[in-house]
Ligand binder design. Structure first.
Ligand code: ADP
Ligand code: MG
Length: 213
């Protein structure tokens, strides 16, 4: 049965839709229903919704939908404020990406030695999730290649800016190709978020959900 909130109303592949079924994602949450049509159409987007509203799958499905499993290069980067959130996002992306093949999702966060990360990067990855400071370190050491990147996500952007990461985020964004899709997720929409989106996003659509699903 197709309802307005059914994932099957989206232009997702049968494999991705089947996988959502096995994850027991029966219906889209409101933020997913509002943002996914725009994300899958390739638009830049600012999405505002409370914690627990399913924002990870919103951008995660956008990434997985576009991903070329056979191309072993970094195609998407998700910036998160903390290591813990990066691990959570990486795990959700791995569950969503199971649908399309053997996808390598690598986390790059501070508070852990950088050398093993540099070694891991030599083996390649499809998706990187990490914190702005550590990503900047990798860019300065030339250990990451974002030239094949097509999607950049700023997750929990309000928290990243509250933690003082604006300059680091700006440097990481500067290392990404100019032509890309950029998605910004936030629980709030303060002035600093407006400033960041004006600088990092290209004519973004805006969606906002007040209540949690
Ligand atoms: P947010 O980033 O908005 O705080 P999350 O993306 O972490 O929220 O999602 C919260 C929880 O909801 C996660 O456990 C996730 O697996 C689950 N979830 C997300 N979308 C759906 C859905 N459509 N159906 C069922 N569960 C979902
Ligand atoms: Mg989240």
């Amino acid at each position: 049965m197709t309802t307005p909130l059914s994932f099957s109303s989206l232009p997702l592949s049968p494999a991705i839709l089947d996988n959502l079924g096995t994850l027991d994602y029966q219906a889209m949450t409101p933020i997913q229903a509002q943002s996914l049509p725009l994300i899958l159409a390739g638009q830049d987007l600012i999405a505002q919704a409370k914690t627990g509203s399913g924002k990870t799958a919103a951008f995660g499905l956008g990434i997985v939908h576009k991903l070329d499993a056979t191309a072993y290069r970094i195609q998407a980067l998700v910036l998160c404020p903390t290591r813990e959130l990066s691990e959570q996002v990486a795990n959700e992306l791995r569950r969503l990406a199971r649908a399309i093949g053997n996808i390598k999702v690598l986390t790059l966060c501070g508070g852990t030695p950088i050398r093993p990360q540099i070694e891991s990067l030599k083996f390649g990855a499809h998706i990187i999730v990490g914190t702005p400071g550590r990503l900047m370190d990798h860019i300065e050491r030339d250990s990451v290649d974002f030239s094949g990147l097509n999607t950049l996500v700023l997750d929990e952007a309000d928290r990243m800016l509250d933690m003082g990461f604006y300059d680091d985020v700006a440097k990481v964004v500067g290392a990404c190709p100019g032509i890309r899709q950029t998605l910004l997720f936030s629980a709030t929409y303060a002035d600093d978020i407006r400033k960041a989106s004006a600088r990092f996003l290209n004519k973004p659509a805006e969606v906002k959900v007040e209540s949690v699903h």
